[in-house]
Design a protein around this ligand. Structure first.
Ligand SMILES: [Zn+2]
Length: 94
């Protein structure tokens, strides 16, 4: 069975952007892992779910500039999304 996936329509919260876009990710990532979506309008990334608390830490030392750096530093695979421009990132815990 394929893993269940969720679809989310997201309205960008950046001032003067407000682009609506649809993103798809594994339900398990959303419920137990990390989901980040990239706005196709302004290219900002928005944290949708952070059950592991990684992004509380990420602002403290300033070394990790992007979410991909952060995920790589954790030694886990980064899964790039295929919907919403390919800038989405999700991490599904095993
Ligand atoms: Zn935006």
């Amino acid at each position: 069975m394929p893993e269940p996936r969720l679809s989310l329509t997201f309205t960008c919260t950046v001032t003067d952007c407000s682009t609506r876009s649809t993103h798809e990710f594994a339900r398990k990532s959303y419920e137990k892992g990390i989901v980040i979506v990239e706005c196709p309008g302004c290219k900002n990334r928005h944290l949708i779910a952070d059950h592991l608390g990684w992004f509380k830490e990420s602002t403290q030392d300033g070394k990790l500039k992007t979410v991909e750096d952060l995920v790589r530093a954790k030694g886990e695979k980064v899964r790039r999304g295929t919907v919403g421009g390919g800038g989405d990132i999700e991490y599904t815990p095993e």
